[in-house]
Ligand binder design. Structure first.
Ligand code: PRP
Ligand code: URA
Length: 209
């Protein structure tokens, strides 16, 4: 079974409370999603390996630590995943960015793929797949399948709000993927929206409704 980390940090909890509020407009919503992504990135990179290197300070030679070897990639699921990229890049600026375009069919709620552009060396990279919402799990699971077909081996999935149904599906279909969740919500409604959730993440980020 895949490892799941649910965020405990008070700042993350506070900011998720603000994004849930229907009164929060697009500008604040975007900023908050980016800030939560940055804080979650801090938590989700805790286990990255370090190596010692020798450098000169203005005073003397010394040994410092830097991230070891592994190259990183951030892959947002379009559209809403785009809202998490800047916050992630603020923490890991050397990461490459790939894009996977998926949308949920309105009737079946199954994901439809429309775009995929990934760094050429994706099989060698540690991947942070990001999307604010894990609802049925269809989109996240399809995105992981797509990444694996391109040779990706080390994949972490990060979302801000998850439903138990989506978490169970992703864990079952991809037990090797480590999952980072801002908050685990109650259930999905009849339209497969997360309850209490925050509504449609893409529409709220881009102001399309
Ligand atoms: C939303 C969200 C996820 C997906 C989650 O995207 O950003 O990608 O739904 O639902 P699931 O777990 O049931 O697949 P949406 O399909 O609305 O596309 P958009 O971001 O382009 O608006
Ligand atoms: N996609 C969203 O943006 N919100 C949900 O609650 C479910 C899917």
């Amino acid at each position: 079974m895949s490892e799941v980390v649910v965020m405990e940090h008070p700042l993350i909890k506070h900011k998720i409370g603000l994004v849930r509020n229907v009164e929060t407009g697009s500008k604040d919503f975007r900023e908050l999603i980016s800030e939560v992504a940055m804080l979650m990135c801090y938590e989700a990179t805790r286990d990255l390996k370090l190596q010692d290197i020798t450098i000169d300070t203005p005073i003397c030679e010394t040994v410092v630590q830097q991230l070891r070897g592994k190259k990183l990639a951030i892959v947002p699921i379009l559209r809403a995943g785009l809202g998490m990229v800047d916050g992630m890049l603020a923490m890991i600026p050397a990461a490459k960015v790939g894009h996977i375009g998926l949308y949920r069919d309105e009737k079946t709620h199954e994901p439809i793929e429309y775009y995929c552009k990934l760094p050429e060396d994706i099989p060698e990279r540690e991947i942070f797949l990001v999307d604010p919402m894990l609802a049925t799990g269809g989109s996240a699971s399809a995105a992981v399948t797509l990444l694996k077909r391109r040779g990706a081996k080390n994949i972490r999935f990060m979302c801000i709000i998850a439903a138990p149904e989506g978490l169970a599906r992703l864990q079952q279909e991809h037990p090797d993927v480590k999952i980072y969740i801002g908050v685990l919500d109650k259930y999905l409604n009849e339209n497969k929206y997360i309850v209490p959730g925050l509504g449609d993440a893409g529409d709220r980020i881009f102001g399309t409704k």
